[in-house]
Design a protein around this ligand. Structure first.
Ligand code: PLP
Length: 464
């Protein structure tokens, strides 16, 4: 990690930002008292490629692309210029009645990249809004085709879909404590997630014959299929420990949804735009969803924008009589400037072959991380696809026993990672998802830094 000395005036400025940040800014998901601890609140000022620099001049590898966002990498002047040009020409137009050229261009481009059955795009501002819209549209679709009793949504334990009310309701992740916000959306039914390393059914693949997918049929029957509108899931769930579904998992879910008239919503908010080495992770598993949510890598975070991709089957049920219209819009949805930036971002990803780079260097980084197993008894499993990777840390690889909460593995490992210049999320699973521009040499650097950070953490636990 390089560290540039800060001048005294700069130190004053740092102190002022830290003080005012703690006083006035609510950092999402954090408590100010935690951030007030030494080196707690970090203020970042510059980004370039896979790197970020904080106010103190320290350089870090942005090993999770922010929050799986900055696929095209930091410091893209081209995207800044695209935004400025569009703002000068026209910043905004009433998006409930009219539209703009960038919106049509972006929708056209996405339709060419998405599975063949998805040809319509509904733009919003965040992944949560895309999920919210998907749930609302799924119910409305069922209503329009006369299936008016279908209001339930199947979701999976361990998954994450956002924090607006509907998205929050389908979150099966234990990361968020739902209790203070209940009651949430009625009719959300959770099924078990996929996880071949820690099978919730204590079965083993392939002998299990993908029981985790097959058994969902029992839930559907118990809930009565005629009450179920949709099934929502991420093709590969980062929240669910980056567990990799077996090859026949998704085709089996697709078949179940078709059999019972349930719409399949693929949440590709993290998975999309090259993250898994394909444009979309549903390609990896060879299935086409009825609705697909996208965000994050759509603009690489240069402006907030998200999308819902709608299959022809669903779209056609909103045509005809006025009463069939999908009402309700979002003021900043389809924002011309965000659409222009997203389109330019997709052009960069395509021009520079970043999807292919994600597949190639993702496999390389995965092999480097796997190689660390020899030196680190705490590495239980390395898994993922492309540049969506997870390293599961265990106390005992033979039994897969986890460190107890009291050991504070996340706190200790995060501190060691930061000391070694890595920004990422580290709990029992360490998430690696660097920008798709990462080179092989940078993968080596990342793996070496992780090696050092893990060794320091293991030392603290008396493991050598
Ligand atoms: C799979 C998935 N869906 C939806 C969301 C919600 O997106 P946002 O935070 O943009 O609202 C997230 C956020 O991380 C996500 O990972």
């Amino acid at each position: 990690m390089t560290s540039l000395p800060a001048s005294p005036a700069f130190e004053d400025e740092i102190a002022s930002y830290l003080e005012r940040g703690l006083e006035h800014l609510w950092v999402h998901t954090q408590q100010a008292t935690d951030l007030a601890q030494e080196d707690g609140l970090k203020v970042f000022t510059r980004g370039e490629g896979i790197y970020l620099w904080d106010m103190k001049g320290r350089q870090f590898i942005d090993a999770m692309s922010g929050l799986w966002v900055v696929n095209a990498g930091h410091g893209r002047a081209e995207l800044a210029e695209t935004a400025a040009k569009q703002m000068r020409e026209m910043a905004y137009v009433n998006t409930f009645a009219y539209t703009s050229r960038p919106a049509i261009d972006l929708a056209t481009k996405l339709a060419s990249l998405l599975p063949p059955s998805i040809n319509k795009l509904f733009f919003v501002n965040s992944g949560s809004e895309a999920v919210e819209t998907a749930i609302r549209m799924a119910k409305h679709y069922q209503y329009n085709i006369g299936e008016k009793k279908r209001y339930k949504v199947l979701a999976r334990r361990g998954s994450y879909h956002g924090t607006t009310a509907g998205a929050l309701s389908v979150n099966g992740s234990a990361m968020l404590n739902r209790a203070p916000w209940e009651p949430l959306l009625p009719g959300v039914v959770f099924v078990e997630n996929v996880n071949c390393y820690r099978c919730p059914f204590e079965k083993t693949f392939p002998a299990c014959d993908t029981f985790c997918a097959r058994t969902i049929e029992r839930t559907i029957q118990a809930e009565r299929p005629e009450t179920i509108a949709a099934f929502i899931a991420e093709p590969i769930s980062a929240a669910n420990a980056v567990a990799m579904p077996p090859p026949d998992y998704w085709p089996a879910i697709r078949r179940l949804c078709d059999k019972y008239g349930i719409l399949l919503i693929a949440d590709e908010v993290i998975n999309g735009f090259g993250r898994t080495g394909k444009w979309f992770a549903s390609e990896l598993y060879d299935f086409e969803p009825d609705l697909m949510t996208m965000a994050k890598g759509l603009s690489s975070g240069y402006l907030p924008i998200a999308a819902l991709g709608i299959s022809d089957k669903v779209a056609k049920e909103f045509e005809g009589d006025k009463s069939r219209t999908f009402g309700g819009g979002i003021t900043f949805g389809t924002h011309p400037v965000a659409c222009a930036v997203a389109l330019a971002n997709l052009e960069i990803i395509e021009r520079e072959g970043l999807v292919e780079n994600s597949a190639r260097n993702g496999a390389y980084l995965q092999s480097r991380l796997n190689g660390l197993k020899e030196r680190h008894p705490t590495i239980g499993e390395v898994r993922g696809r492309g540049l969506l990777l997870g390293v599961e840390i265990v106390k005992d690889p033979a039994t897969k026993e986890l460190f107890p909460e009291s050991a504070d593995l996340p706190g200790k490992l995060t501190a060691a990672l930061i000391k070694n210049g890595i920004l990422c999320r580290a709990g029992n699973v360490v998430n690696f998802a660097p920008p798709l521009v990462i080179s092989e040499a940078q993968c080596d650097d990342l793996a070496d830094r992780f090696d050092a950070a893990l060794a320091e953490t293991e030392q603290q636990f008396g493991i050598v």
